[in-house]
Write a new protein. Structure first.
Length: 102
């Protein structure tokens, strides 16, 4: 879960246990890896989703209450490999959904 709020400068800011980066340039990582028999996770690739790439109006609409912002994306690139590096905005379909509907 990621929480959005209006920062002191009037811009949007984001918090949550998986949010990285500094104010104004926050992002999430989607990590790919393997889990061994002992349950140890070893990452082999990750993708970065920048909050600055999300339409600010859509983000503010989600903050108004009653809805959540949901991003849907393919987890593989055009070659069939795990999506990695910065995920471009055109690769993610952002929509508002009823809270709790995910």
């Amino acid at each position: 879960e990621v929480n959005a709020r209006t920062g002191p400068d009037g811009g949007l800011d984001f918090t949550g246990p998986y949010v990285h980066g500094r104010a104004g340039d926050r992002f999430l990582y989607l990590s790919w890896g393997t889990v061994d028999g002992a349950g140890t996770f070893e990452m082999f690739r990750r993708a970065k989703i920048r909050f600055a790439d999300i339409d600010a109006g859509l983000m503010r609409d989600s903050m108004a209450g009653g809805t959540v912002l949901v991003g849907r994306l393919a987890l593989t690139d055009r070659s069939g490999h795990p999506l990695c590096a910065r995920v471009r905005p055109e690769w993610i379909d952002w929509r508002l959904a009823t809270a709790g509907a995910g």
